[in-house]
Design a binder for this molecule. Structure first.
Ligand code: PLP
Length: 405
C-alpha cells in the first residue's frame, strides 16, 4: 500500500507556512511533532462544549469531561497493551514520569543500592537519579556505547549484580537514533532482581510498544512527540509495584480521606495524580493515538526509515560530513556535524533556508562528552515529511557547507 503522505500533510496546516520566504521543512520532530487538525479540533470542541473539572462534579459537564479523560486512559492502555487502566498514570510528560519513579520507587532504596543507566540517556533519565543519589546514597552505574552508537551489552551484563535495584534505559536514543534491545535489557535486569524502567519518549510514535510482551516494569512517554497536545505524558507501571510505592505529590484527587490525624490515599491510578490534570489535553490525546493507529505504526516507521536512509546516503557525499550514530536498525534520526563547523552556525544557516533542525547537546551532555563534541545538529523525520523535503534539506546543506569550512 502506498504511503499517502500528501493526504496526511493536509492534516497539518503548519506545514503550509514559510520561514524567511522559503517553504518550511520541519525536521525537529524528535523534540516535538506537529499536531493534526483532528487533535486541535477536539481541543476546541472540549473547550466549547465539555469543559469542567474532572472527578469532582455531579453535574453533566463534569461527568462528560471525566468520561473523556477516562476514555483516553483506556485508549492508552489498549495502545501499549497494559493489563489494566490502573497501570496508566497521566503525568506532564516523560520527565515527570521518570521523576515520579525515581522519587517514589527510589524512596524504597537504601544506601549502596545501585541504579544502572546508559551514557546515551537524556538528562530526564539522569538527573532524577542523581537527586536520589544525593538523598539516599545510591550508586549510579553507567553503561557505555560502542563505536557505532549501539549499547555495550557486555558491559551492561557485567554491571548487573547483587546491589542492582533499578535499570533505567531509553528505548531509542534521541541523539544517535539507536534502538536498544529493550526486551533483552529487561530480561537481564529481572534476572539480576532489578526493576526495569524504559524511557520510551523517542520510540512511542515510531514503533509498536507492548508493555506486557516487553515485560517492562515502567514505561514513560510524552504526547507532544506523538502528534498530541503539549504538557501531557504517561507513566505505565506494573500494578504490584505501583501499589508498593508511596505517593509522589500530595493534594486533591489523590486522597481517600484527609484529617489532621490521619490521611489515606486514593486507589490506583489516582494515588499518583494529585491536583487538576490537563484534562482537556488528555481527552484530546485520544485523537492523536487514533491518528497514529489509523495510519499504522509500522507503515509510519517504514516511511520515516526510507526518508532517513535516502537523506543519510546523500549527506555522506558532502565533504567533511560526520554522522553520529550508525547502529543497525537505527530510528529516523540523523545527528551530524559538517567538519569542525559549530552546530549553532549550521542550524542558523539552515533556518534561513527554511529548514528547522535541532542544534546543541540535545539534553544529553554525558553522551556529547563520550562522543568528544560539544553538540551536534539533528534532523529527525516524522510521518508528514517527504522526499522532496529531504532534497531541499540536502540542497541547503550543499549550499552552506562551503561557507562553513
Ligand atoms: N527522554 C528522551 C529520550 C527524550 O528525547 C526526551 C525529550 O526530548 C525526554 C526524555 C523528555 O521528554 P519531555 O520533555 O517531554 O518530558
Amino acid at each position: 500500500m502506498i504511503f499517502e503522505v500528501d493526504k496526511y500533510r493536509r492534516d497539518f496546516p503548519i506545514l503550509e507556512r514559510s520561514v524567511y520566504g522559503k517553504p518550511l521543512v520541519y525536521l525537529d520532530n524528535a523534540a516535538s511533532t506537529q499536531t493534526p487538525r483532528q487533535v486541535v479540533r477536539e481541543i476546541e470542541k472540549i473547550y466549547y462544549t465539555h469543559k469542567a473539572n474532572v472527578h469532582r462534579g455531579v453535574h453533566t459537564l463534569s461527568q462528560e469531561a471525566t468520561a473523556m479523560q477516562e476514555a483516553t486512559r483506556e485508549r492508552v492502555r489498549r495502545f501499549i497493551n497494559a493489563s489494566s487502566t490502573e497501570e496508566i498514570i497521566f503525568t506532564r510528560g516523560t520527565t515527570e514520569a521518570i521523576n515520579l519513579v525515581a522519587s517514589s520507587y527510589g524512596s524504597l532504596l537504601s544506601e549502596g543500592d545501585e541504579v544502572v543507566l546508559t551514557v546515551m540517556e537524556h538528562h530526564a533519565n539522569i538527573v532524577p537519579w542523581q537527586l536520589l543519589e544525593k538523598r539516599v546514597g545510591i550508586r549510579l552505574r553507567v553503561v557505555p556505547i560502542l563505536a557505532d552508537g549501539s549499547l555495550d551489552m557486555e558491559a551492561y551484563r557485567s554491571m548487573l549484580g547483587e546491589r542492582t535495584r533499578i535499570v533505567s534505559v531509553c528505548h531509542v536514543s534521541n541523539v544517535l537514533g539507536t534502538v536498544n534491545p529493550v526486551a533483552e535489557i529487561v530480561r537481564l535486569g529481572h534476572e539480576a532482581g532489578a526493576v526495569v524502567m524504559i524511557d520510551g519518549a523517542q520510540a512511542i510514535a515510531h514503533t509498536p510498544v507492548d508493555v506486557q510482551a516487553l515485560d517492562a516494569d515502567f514505561y514513560a512517554f510524552s504526547a507532544h512527540k506523538m502528534y498530541g497536545p503539549t504538557g501531557i505524558g504517561v507513566l505505565y507501571g506494573r500494578r504490584r509495584l505501583l501499589e508498593l510505592m508511596p505517593p509522589y505529590q500530595g493534594g486533591g484527587e489523590m486522597i481517600s480521606h484527609v484529617s489532621f490525624d490521619h490521611t489515606t490515599f486514593a486507589d490506583l491510578p489516582f494515588k499518583f495524580e494529585a491536583g487538576t490534570p490537563d484534562y482537556v489535553g488528555i481527552a484530546a490525546f485520544h485523537r492523536a493515538i487514533d491518528y497514529i493507529e489509523s495510519i499504522g505504526q509500522e507503515r509510519i516507521a517504514a516511511h520515516e526509515d526510507d526518508l532517513m536512509q535516502y537523506t543519510q546516503d546523500q549527506m555522506l557525499t558532502i565533504p567533511g560530513m560526520r554522522i553520529f550514530g550508525t547502529a543497525p536498525g537505527k530510528s529516523a534520526i540523523i545527528s551530524f556535524l559538517i567538519g569542525n563547523a559549530h552546530h549553532y552556525d549550521t542550524g542558523m544557516l539552515l533556518d534561513k533556508l527554511g529548514v528547522a533542525v535541532r542544534t546543541g547537546h540535545h539534553c544529553a551532555q554525558p553522551l556529547m562528552h563520550a562522543l568528544g563534541v560539544e553538540g551536534t545538529v539533528r534532523a529527525a523525520f516524522a510521518l508528514y515529511n517527504t522526499r522532496s523535503e529531504c532534497d531541499s534539506f540536502i540542497a541547503a546543506l550543499r549550499r552552506i557547507a562551503p561557507m562553513l569550512s
